[in-house]
Design a protein around this ligand. Structure first.
Ligand code: UT7
Length: 331
């Protein structure tokens, strides 16, 4: 009997209206457009300015976009998985609130946190539930309000991140399309290089932690860059090798958008020309869990049924990996 595969059958996306450009950042910290563009590839990012709105606001918008475009009945969704590093609240899953707000009243839901690899790891989770035959419709949302954890006086991090969300619906496929293979990794040695020190169980919030700005993202960019550049390229090459794919067989690389130089290194290693590499870092910066689904949202019209897509991501933790997926529809 042919194995049940899990395919993406619809996508949606959302970015907030407010644009934070490199030019404006020049007035906030000691930086310049030339440095940011040449070191990262970023020109602008979106910021959620609405008061009292968190990551769920972004996630709901992306899910609503998917529902409106695909016509899926939210009541038929079995499971809502929200991949995020910036949940609405430390306790109480953002996914539960999102599921209720979009009318997925028959679904169960939870959050998944693997920093910038959250959506990639979520693809594996979503596909596994479908492949097992247990559920028929899984909604995976990658959403992050990174502006809520960024220190806008720290030029080493504030130029990188942005807010956004993307969504993908996973359903069974009887033509063998959808997720084909995955290679996912973690290494706890990385947590010292990219983290938020306070607000967790080791160092709960206190006047001291606030004074010391320990609730913001800390990144040792150089170290993370070194690990990211080699690991993202390695796993992408590995997934191609073990599926006997040459650069001619791959139609698209769908890479996490952390740094244009990391993306280029991965594409070079895979032997892919630039026109096969999805890019939107110049417009949104690094939206953490939202980068991969926002790429699908932006490139959906160019994707054809049967296209071979290689997803790759690297993030804090460390977490990283690659997924080989066959696209399942023409739009
Ligand atoms: O998505 C999760 C995983 N994250 C990543 O993959 C990020 C990986 N890291 C990176 O993308 C890069 O390391 C950064 C973009 C964060 C930094 O680029 P870099 O080329 O590694 O720069 P650097 O940290 O080595 O800094 C080079 C110089 C330093 O000055 P000195 O010490 O050489 O005088 C920095 O102080 O650039 C300086 N600098 C800046 N200058 C202007 C750092 N940030 C800025 C800035 N504007 N915003």
């Amino acid at each position: 009997m042919k194995k049940q595969t899990a395919a993406i059958t619809a996508v949606g996306g959302y970015v907030p209206e407010f644009v934070l450009s490199n030019k404006v950042l020049e007035t906030m910290v000691e930086t310049n457009d030339e440095w940011i563009t040449s070191r990262t590839g970023i020109k602008e990012r979106r910021i959620l300015k609405k008061e009292n709105q968190g990551t769920s606001y972004l996630a709901i918008k992306a899910a609503e976009d998917l529902i409106a475009k695909s016509g899926v009945d939210p009541k038929e969704i079995d499971f809502v998985l929200v991949a995020t590093a910036t949940p609405d609240l430390p306790v109480a899953a953002t996914a539960a609130y999102v599921a209720s707000e979009i009318g997925a009243v028959n679904a169960f839901s939870y959050d998944l946190q693997a920093a910038c690899s959250s959506f990639l790891f979520g693809m594996s989770t979503a596909a596994s539930y479908i492949e097992s035959g247990r559920y028929k419709k899984v909604l995976l949302i990658g959403a992050d309000k990174m502006s809520s954890i960024i220190d806008y006086t720290d030029r080493t991090t504030c130029i990188i991140f942005g807010d956004g969300a993307g969504a993908a619906l996973f359903e069974p496929n009887d033509e063998g399309l959808g997720l084909q293979d995955e290679y996912l990794r973690t290494d706890g040695v990385g947590r010292q290089f990219l983290k938020i020190d306070a607000g967790g169980s080791i160092l709960p919030a206190s006047e001291e932690t606030i004074k010391n700005k320990q609730h913001y993202v800390y990144q040792d960019g150089k170290s993370v860059f070194k690990f990211a550049v080699s690991n993202m390229a390695d796993v992408s090459a590995l997934i191609m090798d073990r599926n006997n794919l040459t650069h001619d067989d791959v139609q698209w690389l769908v890479p996490h958008q952390a740094n244009k130089r990391i993306i280029n290194a991965t594409a070079n290693r895979m032997g892919l020309d630039a026109d096969k590499v999805m890019i939107n870092i110049h417009r949104y910066g690094n939206t953490t869990s939202a980068t991969l689904p926002l790429l699908l949202f932006d490139y959906e019209k160019q994707l054809k049924k049967g296209d071979n897509l290689i997803f790759a991501a690297f993030g804090g933790g460390f977490t990283w990996g690659s997924i080989y997926l066959k696209w399942a529809y023409n739009s």
